[in-house]
Design a protein around this ligand. Structure first.
Ligand code: ADP
Ligand code: ZN
Length: 748
């Protein structure tokens, strides 16, 4: 076998054979498709996963050792002559990236067609976490006390308190000895105490798994046992916890969390909207005596650093987070929970496009740990996986404590609607009045921010639209103005029509939550009313405050967008009014019906969660639509089945695969031409269909024109492979961007 590398000493064979220089392949957290080779002359030699500093493009950068055997097959990239390679500068003083997350990154990059380096970047999102933790000086007692030591009572107490093995910080040692830290330092100087460097204590306390949870019902017990068995069994599995809202799904999976923590493993809980998870955090704290570590993108830098590090060195047993928490480098992941697995918020649409629920399953597979998906309205994807035996299912059919599911009534707006300019039908008004008369609470749901979605001129018909996007400007009252919900473009409230100059000719059309609040406030002036929307002043924190005031019954009527739909438990809430149940059904989204069902079911589930029964009213212009019928009759499974039959007939997901290509750029002609060229370069494969190109429904966004193509393929095809060879075949002009969205959820 020829030597991999030849040097003069090797060739002459006279001197002892010098070992060939070690070569490592280093992946950088940059939008690059491949890793690069470097020479490793460090001692001890580098290992896979080590974080290293390397020279790259004239700069020093931190990357991760992706392979220590880069000349092996299948590692990608050709072998570069060792003489041309640069050396690794240094190893970073941080725990190496675990092998399971490295495999996950490889898989996720290949699947989503994202650059490998961009995936790594998500796992290295806190560069500061790779710096050595700011150490602490601890003190231990020296074996012998210097003979000439001047002894005082305080010094004596310190020496008695200090141990020979467990270092304590100066402040702590002084506190225990009831003296000052100066005395500790004096003893160190005199040689009676030794200074030792020690790691700072982890800021995350371990959950107390000995605390008793609630007594579970028989169904809950069975479900919890199944989950705990998975946790104890070691190895990958996926289980769906399917149970109506209020059936105790959270209590049940808390048991699995406890089981994993008891075994000394780490747990990741994904929630769709961490900023609003206040109630969840309270419950966790009540159950386990400590708060979990929290992870999301708006976390302060220091907290991000601490949490990343605590995941890596097992300093945190439980991390609850938004989808990006999947990329935390857990040292010993033993369980992943995906709460509200059907939520669209799990699909990341910016940057690297991925679906966190699907990726959680892969993360679990690579970590060889159980994954638990939780929902009252499981996605069709998950439902089919259960039916086909890939996922197991545990079922909680009843609400806890005998609370009954709310009665759902459709209000036919064609015959029972309100007068023009009003949005609450007479029956809904009556129901609200009755609830308030009984001292109970109500909620009105309208998934539309602002005051009115459209403003137009009654004289010339001019409509206010965004100059940067294909979108109407939404009128807002607080603060006042016309706003584009896509790019944030803003106009002050207009006094006249910019087209015909007409004054007092402008009319606002349709309701947003602000307008609804105006109407409700007029009808029920004595009730305490609050509005919640994702764009409210004060952000998520303000929203969370309102939610807790609702729970404490300081609010009688809550009006809000979809952020009020999720998971909140309001004991006194007995009426939910869905103001425009049809809103989500418009547009060409293949999941429109499924999503509307999930969302409205979730909203409806807020009503009557305790002893008093709840009622739900759906205002709709199409009460005969299958979604409305399913909500009214409570026949979720029949609806899902019908939905599945339809999707199957058209080979749509989950029975077929889709991938979207979005071409965008500032110049409309170049974008269109590129989209058409892409079409001509498309793979010509039987059973693979290309739809488009066509202008995207949101044709202009942020000033960029957008065109879409859609690839439709049979379920078992290698879609990422198809996409790679397709897009690799053509050169994309500068200023034009082509994005691939595997398994698209948005078709805008
Ligand atoms: P889900 O997650 O299915 O919506 P939760 O776990 O939030 O249901 O439970 C709904 C409410 O019922 C919560 O307030 C919860 O604490 C309570 N609950 C559920 N199961 C039990 C139980 N076995 N004992 C006492 N309270 C329970
Ligand atoms: Zn805009």
């Amino acid at each position: 076998m020829p030597p991999r590398h030849s040097s003069s000493s090797n060739a002459s064979g006279k001197t002892a054979t010098a070992p060939p220089p070690r070569r490592v392949r280093v992946l950088l957290p940059l939008p690059l498709d491949r890793a690069y080779d470097y020479l490793d002359e460090l001692e001890p030699p580098l290992k896979e996963g080590d974080f290293v500093r390397v020279p790259f493009a004239g700069r020093e950068r931190t990357g991760c050792v992706w392979s220590c055997d880069p000349t092996a097959e299948g590692t990608g990239g050709e072998a570069v002559d060792a003489k041309k390679l640069k050396q690794v500068i240094a190893r970073r003083d941080a725990p190496p990236l675990p092998a399971d997350i490295a495999r996950f990154i490889d898989w996720a990059a290949a699947y989503t067609c994202a650059p490998l380096g961009s995936m790594l970047r998500m796992a290295m999102s806190v560069p500061k976490a790779l710096d050595p933790a700011a150490g602490m000086t601890g003190y231990v007692r020296a074996k012998t006390t210097p003979e000439d030591l001047r002894m005082t009572a305080a010094r004596k107490r310190i020496l008695e308190t200090a141990s020979e093995s467990t270092p304590l910080g100066a402040a702590e040692l002084a506190r225990r000895a009831e003296t000052g830290a100066g005395v500790v330092r004096g003893l160190a100087k005199a040689g009676a105490l030794l200074e030792v460097a020690c790691a700072p204590p982890t800021p995350f306390a371990t959950p107390d798994t000995e605390r008793a949870g609630p007594t579970l019902s028989a169904d809950q017990e069975r479900a919890a046992e199944t989950l705990c068995r998975k946790v104890d069994g070691d190895g990958f599995s996926v289980t769906l916890v399917d149970g109506v809202t209020g059936s105790g799904k959270t209590e049940v999976y808390f048991e699995a969390v406890a089981a994993a923590v008891k075994r000394g493993r780490q747990v990741l809980v994904l929630v769709p909207e961490i900023a609003l998870a206040g109630q969840w955090l309270e419950r966790f704290t009540e159950r386990f005596g400590v708060a979990p570590a929290v992870w999301h993108s708006e976390l302060a830098q220091g907290k991000r650093r601490a949490t990343w590090r605590a995941a890596a060195d097992h300093g945190a047993a439980v991390v609850v987070g938004a989808r990006s928490a999947l990329f935390l480098p857990f040292a010993d992941l033993g369980l992943i929970i995906v709460d509200e697995e059907h939520e669209a918020a799990y699909k990341q649409e910016e940057g690297v496009i991925y679906h966190a629920r699907d990726m959680a399953v892969v993360r679990g597979r690579e970590a060889a740990c159980p994954v638990v998906l939780v929902s009252a309205t499981p996605s069709l994807e998950t439902t089919v996986n259960v039916e086909e035996g890939r996922y197991e299912r545990v079922h909680l059919p009843d609400r806890h404590g005998g609370a009954i599911m709310p009665e759902v009534t459709a209000i036919d707006m064609r015959s029972q609607g309100p007068e023009t300019g009003q949005w609450l039908s007479p029956s809904l008004r009556e129901a609200l009045a009755a609830v308030f008369a009984r001292g109970e609470q109500a909620m009105l749901f309208l998934n539309r921010r602002g005051y009115a979605p459209l403003t137009l001129c009654r004289t010339c018909g001019h409509r206010f639209s965004c100059p940067n996007c294909t979108a109407w400007l939404v009128t807002h009252r607080a603060p006042q103005g016309l706003i584009c919900h896509h790019c944030g473009y803003r106009l002050p409230p207009p006094e006249s029509c910019p087209q015909c100059g007409g004054e007092d000719t402008l009319a606002t059309c349709g309701p947003g939550v602000e307008r609804l609040a105006e109407e409700a406030g007029g009808l029920f002036p004595d009730q305490r009313l609050a509005v919640i929307a994702s764009d409210m002043a004060g952000g998520a924190q303000a929203a969370a405050e309102v939610l807790s005031r609702v729970r404490d019954h300081e609010i009688d009527l809550l009006i809000g967008t979809q952020i009020i739909a999720k998971g909140h438990h309001f004991p006194g809430l007995t009426l939910v009014g869905v103001v425009d149940a049809d809103l989500g059904l418009a547009g060409g989204d293949l999941r429109a019906a499924e999503r509307t069902f999930q969302l409205l079911h979730q909203v409806a589930g807020r009503a009557g969660r305790e002893s008093r029964p709840g009622r739900v009213f759906l205002q709709t212009y199409m009460p005969e639509h299958p979604v409305m019928e399913a909500l009214v009759s409570g026949q979720r499974d029949a609806f899902l089945e019908a939905e599945a039959t339809q999707r199957q007939a058209f080979a749509l997901p989950p029975f077929g695969r889709l991938a979207a290509v979005i071409v965008s750029g500032p110049d409309a002609a170049t974008v269109e031409a590129t989209a058409r060229r892409l079409r001509r370069a498309a793979p010509q494969i039987k059973e693979v269909e290309i739809l488009g190109p066509a202008p995207a429904p949101l044709t202009v966004l942020h000033g960029r024109t957008r065109w879409r193509l859609l690839l439709k393929a049979p379920r078992r095809s290698n879609v990422p492979g198809l996409m790679k060879s397709w897009l690799g075949a053509i050169k994309i002009p500068t200023h034009v961007r082509v994005r691939i969205d595997i398994d698209p959820y948005s078709f805008l």
